[in-house]
Each structure stands twice: as structure tokens, then as C-alpha cells.
Design a protein around this ligand. Structure first.
Ligand code: NOJ
Length: 477
């Protein structure tokens, strides 16, 4: 009798563990990359110049090692190997981005580059032949340089160019691509309109970055409507946007610091998410109010943050099918005014101090997103860990284990609707201003070999197991 009780108790614990460790049915696992960071072939087969090509060629002093993405991982020539790596990972999805100037070298429809169209067709077909779903980012920071010459994202007309580019993508790939992300991390790439040290190097801090933000939100909405009205019925896919933050945690439990944390969230993520994902739409009230007040105090006749018309507010809100979320770290924040004038940092009245990589920041961020923007499934479109490189990457395995444990808790305990997770990154790549010294890959890439030899790290084996069982190993408990 007693034995039976013990046995039953063990069974209960075992099934409880399984339930907690298990990702939901249909959960999508995979890995992510971006065109400029892996493709190389920067000027081959009719590809046009992007703002990244221009930036890396003209500002070696801002890049560690003065390197470029001219060759990177050479994925333009080695995509079949990449797909085999994904297959070995048991990935359900591959998140990659399309290089706009590879498809439209001038950004406009005057030239459609068939070789570019073919490249992504081949990649998509290769993925599907191997049972992997494409999750496609339309814009991962590589605007055609030709469009930067007319102002890039600070020019509202860019929304129109983006819609036309998106139409080319839906027409050519939409029969097979069911998951679309319009923009990756706009909070980061608008910095190219605030500082010199990011493409396209337009240092109009506190002005250019808000203009770009305004265009991006409108461009996103227009592409979602285009899909909804003209492609959804036939193609039956989903369109979202990927937004990021390092979870802003209050440095102390003072009300001021808690409020600073919330302001940081609204300035980083809310500025894009609020117009799209809330019932009310428009920019978050706190952002509107602070930028307007500062602009007025500076003696300007208009706010540095443009305004939406009522018609635009209504058109933009609800223009998404899912929420793409990236997370890497937690940043401690406190209340106070810092940063150059004008700047987004100064407007937000938040001082950031230390960074930390911990699982609770991810869980908090997921809960915050689910509460602020209810009703949208969430795809974690990036989460990853950088080190200096090692095949024996137990630090990365520990990070993934902790983060995926947090994701499970968010799903199972908090009820957050997370439906997918893509690790950054499939392989070591060009990490923007960090050049090749930061390593995020599940696969190592030998950047000194002409073949760009790829070798699985221990984390690749760990993820392969996890992606196939959809279960976090026992040590998580
Ligand atoms: C964010 C970006 O989307 C990606 O391009 C970058 O390399 C990783 N995170 C790592 O910083």
C-alpha cells in the first residue's frame, strides 16, 4: 500500500515535470540570421549597393577590425549547407532576411533583378524540401543606398517604396512563405538617423530618428493592409513586425525608478507597438507628452515627433497578425535626464546603468508585451548569447536553458501566448560594428578559410535535441 502511494507520487511528479518541461503542440523552433550579416556577394549578379555596404566601405574606423560584409559567411553561395545545418538542428523554421537591393538594386521597380529573385526562390525551395518553414524578414537594415540618397527612412515617401518592394515579395514568394516580418528592430536601426556610428550615418539626433520612426510605422501598416486586402485570401499567411528591448528594470524600488522603467519601455518598444497593437492606437501618451514639451521648451514651432491624423491612427491600429519580439538582456534604469540635446534618451528622462543576462528579464518582458498588447500570438524572433568563440560553449547552453525555462514559465504559469522561438544565430556572422569578434552562432564559421567552414558547437547538439523533443532537459527543474 505504502509502496503504491510512493509509486503514485513519483508518477505524479514525473508527469508534472513533463508538463512543465514541454513546449506546446505546434510550437515552432528555429534559428535566425540576416542578409547583410551572412550572405556576402555584395555586388554579385546584379545586386545593388545597400546602406550597409556604403557604411562598412566608408567607415572602417567605426568597425572593429575594419572588416566588411563583402563575403561574410558566403551564404549566397553556401545556402544549401546552411539548410543542412538547420536540418541537423531539427529546426521547424528558419528566420532569414531578404536583401532589398539584391531584389531591387535601385530600391525602385525600374530594375527587378532576376538573379536576386532566383536566389531567394532557391533558398525557400531548399528549406521546404527539407521540411523547414521560412520566416522571412523583409527589412533587416539594408536599405538600397539609392533610396538613402533621397533621405531614406526620414523621407515619408519611403513607405511607398517599401509597399512596392513588399508586393514584389508577396508575388514571388507568398505562395510558399507563410510568415512575414516587415521590419527587424526599428528601435535600433533608427539610430542610423541619430548618430554617425550606424548606417546610414545621419547624425540628426532627436529629429531624424523620430521622422524615421514615423515612416516605419506607416510603412508597416501599409504592407499589412496590402497583404490583408490583396494576398491573404490566396496565400493565407501572417504578417507582423519584430520589436526589441533589453528589459528595462528599475534600479531601485522607488516610484521614480519604477516609472523610469515604464518610460524606457514606452520609448523603446511602445513607440512602435502602441500605434499598431493597442485598441487606442497612436504613440504612447508619455512619449507624445515628453517630446512635445521638450520641443516647445527648445523654442521649436513643431514637435520633433510627427503626429498621425485620426484616419492614420485608425488605419495603423490592428495592422498585425502576430508580435515578433527580440530579447537579449536586462538593463537597470533610473530616473534622470542625460544624453545630448535633443535626443530620444534625453526626452525619455531615463538613465541606463548596468546590463545583465538573466531569465527573469525575458519572462517579465513577455508578460509586459502580453498585457500591453493582448490578443496577439508572440514569436520570439531572436534570443541569443555572445562570447569570444569556443566549440565547447557551455555558457551558451546555460543561457538557452535558462531563457527557455523562462519562456516555459511564461507560457505554462503566466498564460503568455508564445508560439515560436528562433535562436540568434544559426552561425557566427558579421555582428555590425563588432565585426567578427562577437560570436553568437550555434555553428562556428572559420572566417579565415575560403570555404567559410562551418562546424557545429556543443550548443548545436543541445538545440537539436531540444528542437526535436520540444522538451527542456531535466536539469531545468
Ligand atoms: C539584434 C539584431 O537583429 C541582429 O542583427 C544582431 O546581430 C543581434 N541582435 C545580436 O546583437
Amino acid at each position: 500500500m505504502r509502496l503504491l502511494t510512493v509509486f503514485t507520487a513519483v508518477l505524479v511528479v514525473a508527469s508534472a515535470q513533463t508538463a512543465t518541461n514541454q513546449f506546446p503542440e505546434g510550437f515552432m523552433f528555429g534559428a535566425a540570421t540576416a542578409a547583410y550579416q551572412i550572405e556576402g556577394a555584395w555586388n554579385e549578379d546584379g545586386k545593388g549597393e545597400s546602406i550597409q555596404d556604403y557604411y562598412f566601405h566608408n567607415h572602417p574606423e567605426l568597425i572593429i577590425g575594419g572588416v566588411t560584409g563583402d563575403v561574410a559567411c558566403d551564404s549566397y553561395h553556401r545556402y544549401q549547407e546552411d539548410v543542412q545545418m538547420l536540418k541537423a538542428l531539427n529546426a521547424d523554421v528558419y528566420r532569414f532576411s531578404i536583401s532589398w537591393p539584391r531584389v531591387l538594386p535601385n530600391g525602385d521597380l525600374d530594375v527587378i533583378n532576376q538573379a536576386g529573385i532566383d536566389y531567394y526562390n532557391n533558398l525557400i525551395n531548399e528549406l521546404l524540401a527539407n521540411g523547414i518553414q521560412p520566416l522571412v524578414t523583409m527589412y533587416h537594415w539594408d536599405l538600397p543606398q539609392a533610396l538613402q540618397y533621397i533621405g531614406g527612412w526620414s523621407n515619408e515617401l519611403m513607405a511607398e517604396y517599401f509597399v512596392e518592394y513588399a508586393r514584389v515579395l508577396f508575388e514571388n514568394y507568398g505562395d510558399r512563405v507563410k510568415w512575414w516580418i516587415t521590419f527587424n528592430e526599428p528601435a535600433v536601426f533608427v539610430n542610423g538617423y541619430a548618430t554617425e556610428s550606424a548606417a546610414p550615418s545621419q547624425p540628426a539626433s532627436g529629429i531624424g530618428d523620430y521622422l524615421a520612426t514615423h515612416t516605419i510605422v506607416k510603412a508597416h501598416a501599409r504592407v499589412w493592409h496590402l497583404y490583408d486586402e490583396q494576398f491573404r485570401a490566396a496565400q493565407n499567411g501572417s504578417v507582423g513586425i519584430t520589436l526589441n528591448m533589453d528589459w528595462p528594470a528599475a534600479l531601485t524600488n522607488s516610484t521614480e525608478d519604477e516609472e523610469a522603467g515604464e518610460r524606457a519601455r514606452q520609448f523603446q518598444m511602445g513607440i512602435f507597438a502602441h500605434p499598431i497593437y493597442t485598441q487606442d492606437g497612436d504613440y504612447p501618451a508619455v512619449v507624445r507628452q515628453l517630446v512635445d514639451a521638450n520641443s516647445e521648451a527648445e523654442g521649436r514651432p513643431r514637435s520633433r515627433l510627427p503626429t498621425f491624423t485620426q484616419e492614420e491612427i485608425e488605419y495603423i491600429r490592428g495592422s498585425a497578425d502576430f508580435f515578433g519580439m527580440n530579447h537579449y538582456a536586462t538593463t537597470y534604469v533610473t530616473s534622470g535626464v542625460t544624453g545630448e540635446s535633443p535626443s530620444k534618451t534625453r526626452d525619455s528622462a531615463v538613465i541606463s546603468s548596468s546590463h545583465e543576462r538573466n531569465p527573469w528579464g525575458l519572462r517579465n518582458q513577455l508578460n509586459w508585451v502580453a498585457n500591453q498588447y493582448p490578443g496577439y500570438p508572440i514569436i520570439i524572433s531572436e534570443n541569443g548569447y555572445a562570447n569570444a568563440g569556443a566549440l565547447n560553449d557551455t555558457d551558451r547552453i546555460e543561457y538557452f536553458t535558462a531563457c527557455l525555462g523562462a519562456v516555459l514559465e511564461a507560457i505554462n504559469t503566466d498564460g503568455v501566448p508564445v508560439i515560436g522561438y528562433a535562436a540568434w544565430s544559426l552561425m557566427d556572422d558579421l555582428e555590425w560594428n563588432w565585426g567578427f569578434i562577437l560570436k553568437y552562432g550555434l555553428y562556428e564559421v572559420d572566417f579565415n578559410s575560403p570555404n567559410r567552414t562551418r562546424t557545429p558547437k556543443e550548443s548545436a547538439g543541445f538545440m537539436a535535441e531540444l528542437f526535436s523533443s520540444k522538451q527542456l532537459p531535466d536539469q531545468y527543474n
